[in-house]
Design a protein. Structure first.
Length: 183
């Protein structure tokens, strides 16, 4: 079997791989450039992570817990405290942007048309962002009340939660994608 036949036979798979990895690479590099070339003294460590820290603080405060956040003195992160105890450190990796980029690349690879794809990316990205805030709040309170389970919560339970949601969104999208494809 010649290369042309293999490519023709696997055109859909090749298209998926090119769009997925291409869009992931472009988005990840754009995000890294943002982090490198647009530092902000006002928003530490970066604007998005700073906002996630502020919003996490506001949610915990709204739940009635005495809490506060401060800039970490030695590395680009925000320290989140409950009562007088520092419980969590919010770093750039906690802001959900990398997860949203992964989600977005997959959805683009199964694109169904501009409007429907854009709406699903917007809704899915917003859902991931909000669930990530809830994840940080629950993790912070979990670390405060159950510190001995900290590693399990941070390394297993909450990544399983956020990536599980992304996986379910992908399944939903693929199921809808298959229904819309002509026979």
């Amino acid at each position: 079997m010649g290369l042309k036949k293999i490519i023709k036979k696997n055109k859909a798979v090749i298209k998926f791989l090119v769009v997925f990895f291409g869009s992931y690479l472009i988005l990840a590099l754009t995000y890294q450039a943002y982090l490198k070339y647009f530092p902000s003294d006002q928003f530490y460590p970066d604007y998005i992570t700073h906002q996630v820290a502020q919003q996490s603080y506001a949610l915990i405060d709204a739940l009635g817990y005495e809490t506060y956040i401060v800039k970490h003195p030695n590395n680009p992160s925000m320290l989140l405290a409950v009562k007088d105890q520092y419980v969590a450190r919010i770093i750039e990796g906690c802001n959900s942007i990398s997860v949203i980029i992964l989600f977005l690349a997959f959805i683009l690879a199964f694109s169904k048309g501009f409007k429907e794809t854009a709406v699903f990316i917007l809704i899915g990205g917003l859902l991931i962002y909000v669930l990530n805030l809830i994840r940080i709040v629950l993790l912070t309170l979990g670390l405060y009340f159950y510190p001995k389970y900290g590693d399990f919560m941070h390394q297993v339970l909450f990544p399983l939660f956020i990536y599980g949601v992304v996986f379910l969104l992908w399944l939903y999208w693929v199921k809808r994608y298959k229904k819309k494809k002509p026979a």
